[in-house]
Each structure stands twice: as structure tokens, then as C-alpha cells.
Design a protein around this ligand. Structure first.
Ligand code: PHE
Length: 424
């Protein structure tokens, strides 16, 4: 077998989907990085009901690697990545990180998207002292696992505030129903954060929050209860496959209240599954491809050139996580876990696609969020919400939000006011 063929086969390892970024140099087997390469690891859901999370993140990360390598790599070394598919399963996430550390000997890890999986993988990375950056896990407990675990996204205490503020101030909602995934740390946490912020802002809950478990097929019991409570809006802090099914079934049951969500909705699959039952719904996200900031427009162009599709928030965060890691590697005296973690922790005012990133003492990032609305099956920019206490300067989009589209029945128009009961 030729060396290059062996290389290709080793890249197609059964469990691993190995991204062979060094494939122009086939004398370097993927499992034994040469001295002139730096190997990082990635784990994510490349298959399963959250498959687009892992795929988009991977695409964003690969674009970052391509760009850094084209610019000469890091101190003359090219970056390579080994990627494992955890299929969106907790157990697989832990196994993947163990393999990245013990077999592949990566110097740092990018992953996961889903908070429950970052918690599982993060415990392993922490135990071995290998720095891990989650691009997009927003549950606060993820980085509390230990001093090796970082994130480049905002946290759910902020995201809950963003959605609650939008529901109260923009939708003028008084009474909101909640339907959440009891099996995901992300969903249960964001539910609590939303409820706290929404009630603090003077709103009330339509009944107790209703629960489901990811992968459920029939939501009619919860949705019938919610419909009969006549909420002004329904908050769905879940992942896109379940949310799409809930939207479909809710429409069949005659529910007309606006649907609201968080970043877990962000997938091209959402509208593919839900069709027009998700039209007009709003969710919080990490960026919008319609923002006119140069960092956004440069990224969107490169991504579209490479992949022939519009990058979602996961792709932007995967790119930012990679670029931030490379920036820290440049500043780090060595690629040992302690040095590298200290360099990541020292990140200040890093200009990312999803905003300017400074890593704080809790290893989190404080950044603005955007609200997007599903219009014509795609997320359209609606507004930007700044972190509490921040001044709304730099992040303000240059292009004003389009006027609420007519086909969006969920847009709060004056004639919707009667749906909101008088306070008190
Ligand atoms: N924030 C989600 C979580 O923590 C993951 C996610 C991020 C999903 C961004 C979509 C977009 O589980």
C-alpha cells in the first residue's frame, strides 16, 4: 500500500472522522504528527439529531486552520486537527476526549457544542490538564469544571435575559408558556434563567414549565395544556430537531402564539423540518450573517467561497474558537497545558466574528447577543442586545433591521395588543 493511500485510510478511521489538513504532505501519518506540525483535537456531533451543530463547527474550524496555515502556520509549524464524532452522546463525548489526549496527544481541544457534552468531555480534559475551548456551550457550569476549560460564547444567564427582555419589551408579552428538554443541561438551565428574568421584568408564567425529553415524537399532551392556557408567547429552550417537531405539532393544534427560542434553534434543518410553522418565530443567537461589521462580512465571504453556503452561528463560533486558540498559542511560552491555559486566560479584546472576546476570571466571554427572526425559512437579523452595563457602541449594526415582514404573523403589530391581558 502506498504511503499516501495509507495516510488516506488512516484518516478514515472507523470511529474517527479525521480532518487531514496536512494532506498535501502525505508523508505525515495523521496518528503521528511530524515535528513541523501542531496537532489539536476536536469532538462534536457530526451525526445524530444535532448533526448540523458538529458539522458547522467543524467547517468553521477548518476555515480557521486553512487560513492560519496559508499564512505560514504558527512559528513555522502547520496546524492539524483530529476530529471525533461523538454522535451527540454523552458517553461518546468522554471517550472522544480520552482518545484525543491519550492516543493522539493533542495539545488543546475544541468542543463541544451541547453543554451536557462539554461537561462530559471537559471533565476528562481537566483531569489530564489539556486546555479545552468550547465554541458554543452556554450553560454556566461548563467552565466551572476547572481551570483548563474555556468558552468563547456568552452564558445562559445572559441569554435568558436577552429573550426575556425581547418578550417583554418588543413582544409586550405578559404571560409566557415554557416547554423544555429535561435531559439537557442547556435546556433546563436556560429555562430557569428565562423564568427568573421574565418574572423579574414583570411577566408571569402560563402554568408550570412543561417538560419533554430530546428525541420524543409526540408533544401533544404538553402542547394541548399550553394551548388551553392561552399564553402570549411560548419559550422553547431546546435543540432544533425537537423544536421543529414542536412547532409542527403546535400549529396542527391551532396554537398561534409566537414561538421564542435560544441559540439551540440555530440550524438550516429547523425550517427544513418545521416548514412554515416556524415562520416569524424569534430566537437569540451569537451573530447574524447580515451584520455589517467587517469581521462578519470577511468571514461570511470566505466561508461561502469554501462551502457554498451561508455560515450559521456555530460555524462562526467554531472559527472564533480556532483563531482565539492560535492567537494564544502564539503568545504562549510553550504548548504545555499550563502555559497554554494561561495564554488563553490572558486573551483580551480579541476581534472575533461573533464579537470582541476577552476571557474573564471564570474563563467565560462577555459579548452581545442578536435576536433573529425566521423569515422565508431563514434567520433574519432583528436586533442586537448588549451585555448588561455595556455601552451600545461598537456592535451596532450599520444596516437597520428590516421592517417587520408582512408574512410574519408573529411580529408584534398594534393589532396584536388585545392578546396581551392588562397587567395585574
Ligand atoms: N448553547 C447550546 C448549548 O450550550 C449549544 C448551541 C450553541 C447550539 C449555538 C446552537 C448554537 O447546549
Amino acid at each position: 500500500m502506498s504511503l499516501s493511500r495509507r495516510f488516506v485510510l488512516s484518516c478514515l478511521g472507523a470511529l474517527a472522522l479525521t480532518a487531514c489538513t496536512g494532506s498535501e504532505t502525505p508523508s505525515t501519518p495523521a496518528d503521528a504528527p511530524a515535528a513541523n506540525t501542531i496537532l489539536i483535537g476536536e469532538y462534536g456531533s457530526l451525526t445524530g439529531s444535532e448533526a448540523t451543530f458538529g458539522q458547522s463547527t467543524h467547517n468553521g474550524l477548518m476555515l480557521a486552520i486553512e487560513q492560519i496555515n496559508a499564512a505560514g502556520g504558527l512559528n513555522g509549524k502547520q496546524i492539524e486537527v483530529k476530529t471525533y464524532d461523538d454522535q451527540g452522546k454523552t458517553q461518546e463525548a468522554g471517550t472522544a476526549v480520552t482518545r484525543l489526549v491519550t492516543d493522539d496527544k493533542v495539545v488543546a481541544i475544541i468542543g463541544e457544542v451541547a453543554s451536557s457534552l462539554s461537561l462530559a468531555g471537559g471533565r476528562v480534559a481537566q483531569q489530564y490538564g489539556v486546555p479545552m475551548i468550547s465554541p458554543s456551550s452556554t450553560n454556566p457550569t461548563v467552565t466551572q469544571v476547572g481551570d483548563m476549560i474555556f468558552r468563547v460564547c456568552f452564558v445562559d444567564s445572559f441569554q435568558g435575559f436577552v429573550v426575556a427582555k425581547f418578550a417583554r419589551e418588543d413582544l409586550k408579552a405578559q404571560k409566557v408558556a415554557v416547554l423544555y428538554d429535561q435531559g439537557q443541561a442547556y435546556s433546563t438551565g436556560l429555562k430557569d434563567d428565562f423564568v427568573r428574568e421574565f418574572t423579574a421584568a414583570g411577566g408571569t408564567l402560563a402554568g408550570e414549565p412543561q417538560a419533554y425529553t430530546g428525541g420524543d415524537i409526540d408533544f401533544s399532551a404538553q402542547l394541548t395544556t399550553i394551548r388551553d392556557l392561552q399564553p402570549d408567547a411560548i419559550f422553547l429552550p431546546g435543540y432544533y430537531t425537537d423544536v421543529a417537531n414542536i412547532a409542527l405539532q403546535g400549529k396542527k393544534l391551532g396554537i398561534k402564539a409566537p414561538l421564542l427560542g435560544g441559540d439551540g434553534w440555530d440550524s438550516s434543518e429547523l425550517a427544513k423540518i418545521a416548514g412554515d410553522s416556524i415562520e416569524g418565530a424569534y430566537y437569540a443567537n451569537h451573530y447574524s450573517h447580515e451584520e455589517q461589521r467587517p469581521a462578519v462580512q470577511n468571514f461570511v465571504k470566505s466561508y461561502q467561497d469554501k462551502y457554498k453556503e451561508t455560515p450559521d452561528g456555530l460555524a462562526a463560533l467554531g472559527y472564533d474558537a480556532g483563531m482565539l486558540l492560535f492567537d494564544a498559542m502564539k503568545r504562549s511560552p510553550s504548548l504545555g497545558g499550563k502555559d497554554l491555559a494561561a495564554a488563553i486566560a490572558g486573551t483580551k479584546d480579541f476581534v472575533g466574528v461573533t464579537g470582541t472576546i476577552s476571557i474573564d476570571a471564570e474563563r467565560n466571554a462577555t459579548k452581545p447577543a442578536v435576536i433573529v427572526q425566521m423569515r422565508g425559512g431563514k434567520p433574519g437579523y432583528q436586533s442586537t442586545v448588549m451585555p448588561r452595563g455595556a455601552t451600545p457602541v461598537e456592535m451596532a449594526p450599520l444596516v437597520p433591521a428590516p421592517a417587520p415582514a408582512e408574512m410574519a404573523p408573529l411580529t408584534p403589530a398594534p393589532e396584536m395588543a388585545p392578546l396581551v391581558p392588562a397587567p395585574g
